[in-house]
Design a protein around this ligand. Structure first.
Ligand SMILES: [Zn+2]
Length: 450
């Protein structure tokens, strides 16, 4: 797949673990911790870095695998706040919640109970001095983008070069844009939309979304393995999908954030505090269904299960994904497949656990769920057999949601394109009838007959 496509569908952060390089990466990480401590002026950097690394190693070991971490059922564990002390002893939880500003919450959703229990134990066992060093390291590491050049470079050498294989540090002005985006994303988005998102694009997108939803409706109705009861619920869910296109109906207010010229570190610190306060302020209030979790200038899209919404920022509504003047085949093959991908997430192995209102509530009959799992298992096995680099296989269970999205996206976009022709043959462009028949992409699909 072209990388731009991979970028568009990377919202769910799937990935692969390269175990061969992990011992080298661990050594580099230890060295990086020591470098940061040295740059920040602390003595005994080697010794301190060993202790910080050992602590992080322990913390990592009580956490779940990435496959388990994406399981919507397993990660939904409401804990009464009053019970943390007995369920996870080792931390003064009342003090912790009070300092974090969440002491009034009657309960919290714990994603990984054994990690909370494990970390509380580690907290109690670890000397305060080690925690202090760990916090020092974390502060400098997090602030690296606004610190002197050598700290920026050390940060890039580890997180950029070692972890992602990026050959060189991006230009300073680009890093400046990235930081400003992180602090004032929607303020920049408002300007971006004014300059780059014509109203006609929105109208065309509304039509494309409606047609891809219609394709899903047709294909779900035609499924031979799904019973009428589950079908009814699937179609109900499909009918309540809320598309958000281009940019939010109301922009975020940044008036409480103080920006001081010439004070990059101060601006970064204030922006972080502003962000934390923004989210804490939501507690106890109704959910804001108009909120966006990506800025309009982001080339990406997402499906949000608890709100049953599909969201397409303005920046992905540009060539090569979308061109208001292109032949429909181009747009169905580009943004149409992205629309289908996001809808597909509503019916993927995890998204399908949420009902039409966004509740984590089973709406499947047992038999249909078993049939569904047979097909998703086959798709997972197919992807696990792919070997993009020698000895390196895709983890089909980890990437399953994305693979279901891709496959459903392509098939439904193609169905929608064919329907849009209204029975006429596809026009001939540049001597070719486009698009050529799509190859079969997978063994089975959430909402398609295998
Ligand atoms: Zn996705």
């Amino acid at each position: 797949m072209p990388s731009i496509w991979a970028r568009a569908v990377s919202a769910c952060r799937t990935g692969i673990i390269i175990s061969k390089t992990s011992s080298r990466t661990r050594a580099k990480y230890k060295a990086y911790i020591a470098t940061v401590l040295t740059q920040a002026g602390f003595d005994k950097p080697q010794e301190r870095s060993q202790a910080i690394f050992a602590l992080e190693d322990k913390i990592a070991r009580v956490h779940w695998s990435r496959v388990e971490s994406r399981d919507a059922d397993k990660t939904y564990n409401p804990w009464p706040t009053a019970e943390f002390a007995t369920r996870a002893p080792g931390v003064d939880w009342v003090r912790y919640f009070t300092n974090a500003g969440i002491e009034k919450q009657p309960q919290l959703i714990v994603a990984q109970p054994s990690a909370i229990t494990g970390m509380a134990k580690i907290f109690a066992e670890t000397p305060v001095a080690t925690w202090q060093d760990w916090l020092r390291f974390q502060l400098v590491r997090a602030a690296a983008p606004v610190l002197p050049k050598e700290t920026v470079q050390a940060n890039f050498d580890f997180y950029g070069k070692e972890l992602t294989g990026a050959p060189q540090l991006r230009d300073r002005w680009k890093r400046g844009v990235q930081l400003t985006e992180g602090a004032l994303g929607e303020a920049i988005g408002a300007v971006y939309v004014q300059r780059h998102f014509p109203p006609e694009a929105k109208a065309q997108m509304d039509q494309l979304v409606a047609n891809v939803i219609e394709a899903y409706r047709t294909r779900i109705a035609e499924l031979t393995w799904m019973g009428p009861e589950t079908k009814k619920r699937a179609l109900l869910k499909l009918s309540t999908f809320r598309p958000k296109i281009g940019y939010p109906v109301k922009w975020r207010d940044y008036s409480g954030l103080e920006i001081a010229p010439g004070d990059a570190y101060g601006n970064w610190k204030r922006a972080n505090a502003f962000e934390v306060a923004y989210y804490l302020n939501k507690l106890g209030k109704p959910v804001d269904r108009d909120e966006w979790f990506m800025t309009p200038q982001t080339v990406n899209a997402y499906y949000n299960p608890p709100m049953n919404e599909i969201v397409f920022p303005a920046a992905i509504l540009q060539p090569p994904f979308f061109d208001p003047n292109a032949d429909p085949a181009v747009n169905y093959g580009g943004i149409g497949a992205v629309i289908g991908h996001e809808i597909g997430h509503g019916f993927d192995d995890q998204g399908s656990k949420y009902d039409e209102t966004g509740r984590l509530a089973n709406w499947w009959t047992d038999q249909d769920r078993t049939e569904f799992k047979k097909r998703t298992d086959a798709l997972s096995a197919q992807y696990s057999s792919f070997e993009p680099l020698p000895g390196l296989h895709v983890n089909g269970d980890l990437t399953l949601g994305e693979n279901i999205g891709d496959l459903g996206g392509m098939e439904n976009a193609y169905t929608a394109y064919k329907a849009s022709l209204g029975g006429k043959p596809a026009p001939v462009i540049d001597g070719e009838r486009r698009p050529a028949l799509l190859p079969r992409l997978g063994a089975g699909l959430a909402v398609a007959d295998p």
